[in-house]
Design a protein around this ligand. Structure first.
Ligand code: ADP
Ligand code: ZN
Length: 435
């Protein structure tokens, strides 16, 4: 028997979903026009009025919002209701610059937690589960979102927040946690620490993990699943749209269902802004359909992915997005070649290395330098320097065939690259400092 948190909506027919979206979008656009002067101005500049929006098809007439708009309107410029109606503020982690703040009414929180509850149930969660939340609590959305979802499902919730890995492991074992929620890089670190303490994957009671908030590859998924003895599910979201739970993975693990009754997704060409047909790779754009505190229409996420309406074996009908391949601003251009950190991670893990790596890009004598520091697994160590050098050469060749350019590889001893308890910092681009 299949389980859903809100079965009617999660398995609604395409027509039913469209009907809900069409009704909601008309109201949401009018609401934004009436309450958010910043966006009303953008609409007026484009010559669009709320009456022009009769269905989600008409969304493409609306202007885009970008992170720059959010920064310009900081802090209250995009607020959709009086502050006295809001009950909470969250903020981005500031991965790519100045923070953005988002506001929530109680209704917004309720919907957000429903979305996270859908994700937990899709990962097999029930009220019998013990859900250990080690995303950071606080301004970051990860902790509160999954915490709220876990309560809604009725799991026994362990509000650990991130960090203090020894304590995480002690509670995981003593309280027999069955579901783990954190960033994939922290999950990998917890797996590594468990092994060091002499635990085998079958020693813990975990069955599933809900990991997101940063890009991670299929290879990394495999490593985490093996080290913890679980099934690892992806979850996606961003502060601007509420937080994690905008989209989540089901047991098929072939992309994340977007909660289409609350968010309308488009894929656009990041250069021209043109809406692309289903199946195209491009920038994900979200329109909130029922937000009060921080409603955003056509928000450009900078995340690059593909949408698919292929029937899913889980019975959910909502459109799926592929794992984001990284943000458009994560992409590095090194000696004229486009490089995504996720491609590098794929090669490293395929070649038997650990997900502990750092990419350093710099510019010397007008040429880009490109270095990858990666820990070798203990078993790979040889005290013959030539052995290690030949491993570096092999890895360089594998990188070259994936990326089109060859980085300088530095194999470093286990445990020398700093572990992350939240979002991992993979890239250090020193060129930006010189510009
Ligand atoms: P910041 O932009 O400062 O990191 P957020 O914490 O709001 O702030 O992060 C949202 C971003 O995190 C998304 O736009 C996306 O780039 C990334 N992200 C979130 N979940 C995932 C995921 N499952 N896979 C890949 N990237 C993700
Ligand atoms: Zn599914």
């Amino acid at each position: 028997m299949k389980h859903y948190y809100q079965p009617e909506i999660e398995t609604a027919s395409r027509e039913e979903i469209l009907k809900i979206q069409n009704e909601k979008i008309v109201k949401q656009v009018k609401y934004v026009y009436d309450h958010v002067p910043y966006y009303r101005n953008l609409m007026e500049e484009k010559g669009v009025s709320p009456e022009d929006i009769k269905s989600v098809e008409d969304i493409r007439k609306l202007p885009f919002l970008t992170k720059d708009d959010l920064r310009e309107a900081y802090p209250y410029g995009l607020l959709g209701t009086d502050l006295k109606n809001c009950v909470r503020i969250h903020s981005t982690s500031g991965t790519t610059g100045k923070r953005v703040v988002a506001f929530y009414t109680q209704k917004d929180i309720d919907i957000w937690e429903d979305c996270c509850a859908r994700a937990i149930v899709a990962a097999g969660g029930t009220d019998e589960d013990v859900c250990q939340v080690c995303y950071g609590y606080g301004l970051f959305t990860g902790g509160s979102g999954l915490h709220g979802g876990s309560h809604k499902v009725g799991c026994l919730t362990l509000p650990m927040s991130s960090g203090n890995t020894d304590r995480q492991i002690q509670f995981m074992m003593d309280m027999q946690a069955t579901i783990l929620c954190c960033t994939p890089s922290y999950a990998a670190f917890i797996g590594e620490t468990l092994a060091e303490k002499g635990y085998k994957p079958e020693d813990n009671k975990l069955k599933a993990g809900i990991f997101g908030a940063e890009p991670w590859t299929e290879e990394m998924r495999k490593g985490i699943e093996e080290s913890l003895g679980i099934k690892a599910y992806d979850i996606y979201g961003l502060t601007e749209t509420s937080g994690p739970g905008v989209a989540f993975e089901c047991e098929e693990q072939t992309g994340m269902h977007i909660n289409e009754d609350h968010f309308y997704a488009e894929i656009i060409d990041p250069d021209t802004g043109e809406v692309l047909p289903e199946g195209s790779k491009g920038e994900l754009v979200f329109t909130s359909l029922d937000k009060e505190g921080f409603p955003l229409l056509r928000y450009r996420t900078k995340d690059i992915c593909i949408l698919s309406r292929k029937k899913c074996s889980c019975g959910r009908t909502h459109v799926k997005m592929t794992k984001p391949m990284g943000r458009s601003d994560d992409m590095m251009i090194i000696r004229g070649v486009n490089v995504f950190p996720s491609q590098i991670e794929t090669v490293l893990l395929k070649e038997g290395y650990t997900p502990n790596y750092q990419i350093v890009v710099d510019r010397k004598n007008n040429t880009d330098t490109f270095d990858i520091f990666v820990e070798f697994p203990k078993e790979m160590f040889s005290d013959k320097i030539s052995d290690m050098q030949s491993k570096e050469q092999d890895l360089k060749a594998a990188m070259r065939s994936m990326l089109g350019i060859g980085p300088k590889i530095h194999l470093v001893a286990p445990k020398t690259i700093q572990r992350s308890e939240g979002k991992a910092v993979r890239v250090i681009d020193k060129r930006k400092l010189h510009d």
